[in-house]
Design a protein around this ligand. Structure first.
Ligand code: HPA
Length: 272
């Protein structure tokens, strides 16, 4: 079975339960999964029931689709995402985005936790992803091009949607949130970077580093699904402050910023 057929089977199953057309897709990173709990009249579909969907393995990621409304807007939320470092093929990591496209979602919001490389950032700040650097050493678009989704050589000049960026900036202003902007550089993980790698990231133009999101953005751009991405800078990246990094502290900071982050995402949803 090719990836198109796999996505189509998954989409057909979901469509047999709930209408997702015109929904806003949400893929939520570490610590923001609880936004799904605010979804009104939710239809909940466990990943394990969706044909061809893998299961999430990391603690703190729930592994279900929640479809319903936030601020009156239809949303289709992935509570728990797939990561390349878990050992999945990139095509599997990004598969939910293609399923969203097949279900006629109209936009995608992706969030993540990231390390701050830009020294003007502080632990706990939020960053609009203006652009990205794919340093994962792989790409979900490798292999036979799936014409049903898009062209062989997709343009990435505007990988993230300008209109959605403007909405995000306006919403942040309205909520008095100091939204930083910058380039997200994706490493393969699962280790946090070395200080030397962070120096390199800084030199080549990264403002933040993380281990996710780029496969999803690549696939979304390929299939023309307008996407906006926001990172929660949970820590300054390795070597910047000298402090050692661990997942627990990343989660704690993500939790601390959760209320503000949630309010921003909800506001963006209401404006799309
Ligand atoms: N590096 C990579 N991924 C991350 C980090 C980091 O410093 N913080 C949260 N996710």
């Amino acid at each position: 079975m090719n990836i198109y057929q796999m996505c189509k089977e998954a989409a057909d199953y979901i469509a047999s339960i709930v209408d997702c057309s015109d929904a806003i897709g949400l893929i939520l990173g570490s610590g923001l999964g609880n936004l799904a709990e605010e979804i009104e009249n939710p239809t909940i579909i466990s990943y394990k029931d969706i044909p061809n969907f893998p299961m999430t393995k990391i603690a703190g990621h729930a592994g279900k689709l929640v479809i319903g409304k936030i601020n009156g807007k239809k949303v289709m939320c992935m509570q728990g995402r797939f990561h390349f470092y878990e050992g999945y093929d990139m095509k599997i990591v990004s598969m939910p985005v293609r399923v969203m496209k097949l279900l006629k979602c109209k936009a995608l919001i992706v969030t993540n936790a990231a390390g701050g490389v830009n020294r003007n950032f502080d632990e706990g700040c939020l960053m609009l992803i203006d652009d990205f650097i794919n340093y994962m050493g792989d790409n979900p678009l490798v292999g036979d091009n799936v014409e049903q989704f898009g062209v062989r050589f997709p343009d990435m000049t505007k990988a993230l949607d300008e209109n959605l960026k403007n909405i995000a900036v306006d919403c942040a202003k309205q909520l008095n949130i100091n939204l930083q902007r910058g380039t997200y550089m994706a490493f393969r993980g699962p280790n946090y970077e070395t200080p030397a790698e962070i120096k390199f990231a800084s030199i080549i133009g990264a403002d933040a580093v993380g281990m996710s999101t780029v496969p999803e953005i690549l696939v979304a751009r390929h299939c023309n699904l307008p996407t906006v991405g926001i990172s929660c800078i949970t820590n300054m990246a390795a070597g910047i402050t000298g402090k050692e990094l661990n997942h627990k502290e990343v989660e704690e900071v993500a939790k601390r910023v959760n209320v503000q982050f949630r309010s921003l995402i909800k506001e963006i949803i209401s404006k799309i």
